[in-house]
Design a protein around this ligand. Sequence first.
Ligand code: NAD
Ligand code: MG
Length: 476
Amino acid sequence: MFEYAPAPESRSIVDIAPSYGLFIDGEMVDPIDGHPFKTVNPATEEVLSEVVAAGPADVDRAVAAARRAYEEVWSRLPGRERGKYLFRIARLVQERSRELAVLETIDNGKPIRESRDVDLPLVAAHFFYHAGWADKLAYAGFGPDPRPLGVAGQVIPWNFPLLMLAWKVAPALATGNTVVLKPAETTPLTALAFADICRQAELPPGVVNIVTGAGDTGRALVEHPGVDKVAFTGSTEVGRQIARSLAGSRKKLTLELGGKAANVVFDDAPLDQAVEGIVNGIFFNQGHVCCAGSRLLVQESIAEELLERLKRRLRTLRLGDPLDKNTDIGAINSQAQLDKIRTLSEIGEQEGAERWSPPCELPERGYWFPPTVFTGVSQAHRIAREEIFGPVLSVLTFRTPAEAVEKANNTPYGLSAGVWTEKGSRILWMAQRLRAGVVWANTFNRFDPTSPFGGYKESGFGREGGRHGLEAYLDV
Ligand code: NAD
Ligand code: MG
């Protein structure tokens, strides 16, 4: 056995200020009624910087700036001019992608391999894709002159901080809306770096405003009367609160919430490929993925062999320093998330499921959880029903395709699903019956800005990406 030598990515490319203000009307400003809080590196618990939890007066100021920019500048610009700004932002993201990837990894805990090879290329792709739409909205199928809505209030989670920002900001700007965005409290730094990209791109002041903070700031933003459209990505619980508070208002709303996706493996599937898909489905980004394949449904006749191969593969995963280029599993994003994963895993054991992890040493400082597999899971178990949002896989078995469909759909969620089989006809048969916004066939966790993404049932409503995603930002 050869040992890997350490291969850490250098941090020197990133310049983190000791403190940040709020990005309002094209400038970094001090808060009016906000207060400071700290963001840490979850892999080391080192304090990275102090940011602002914006208060209601700060949010009000940001919404006023977005309104002014909407009325006076952005809604009056022809689409081809808006497109130029988006192309410029996309190119700046590419130019600064190494810096942004390192910053994302430091603030979030995800492996550099993922922030560098997945998050950042997709961020740029989203801006390029929507830049292309800006002057072609008349051909998108929403009438000859679809109009923007106004000011968009956007709230995003911590699992893909910059990518979720791109999913929100790019379509809003392409369609002529202006934005006030609130990043998650544990991962504000790449959104603040994006503020600098807006400045570099010479985006007119007020078109994009970034207000940092936690739930209170988010609530002040979505409930602000000056906001015309709310886009939220996060937990189903908070999504429900927002839907309730917006009911009866004229605001347009899209919700991208949680998931408990089934990854269904049939006996004719290419097993090694399926193992890679299962690993990618649940251990990518430490399982902090709303569409993660957290329930493995495997056909009974191959269950034993598949699990053996899966466990062999999991023994090769490398957990540790997220900045090391050979790391597969990084840190859990926060102490609170770690507590939640631990609690649900303990409940899994208490309910009688069998717990297994490969031998792996956890670093002393920081928030860590080993890749974990539960077998002998039944549909009644909480680990089969509740979103764990961590590197924890629950394995269930089935005998017939009909049983697979029944089990896969037996969840309040409906964001994604995976099907592994050699038969094209079976893929189509399954895809028609699975109640999920995305169904992957012989692959998992594949994303593309041209493809609409979103949920059924408690996974939310509305679509992001593709032509469908434009509709959420247009008055149609
Ligand atoms: P969360 O709902 O606690 O927080 C998400 C965001 O909402 C954060 O920015 C938070 O500050 C803010 N927020 C909290 N309370 C709020 C309130 N009352 N009003 C307005 N904003 C408020 O979720 P989380 O734990 O940070 O993120 C994990 C969840 O997000 C998981 O359930 C996951 O499935 C979901 N998620 C979904 C998608 C998707 O596209 N469907 C993508 C990523 C994450
Ligand atoms: Mg952080």
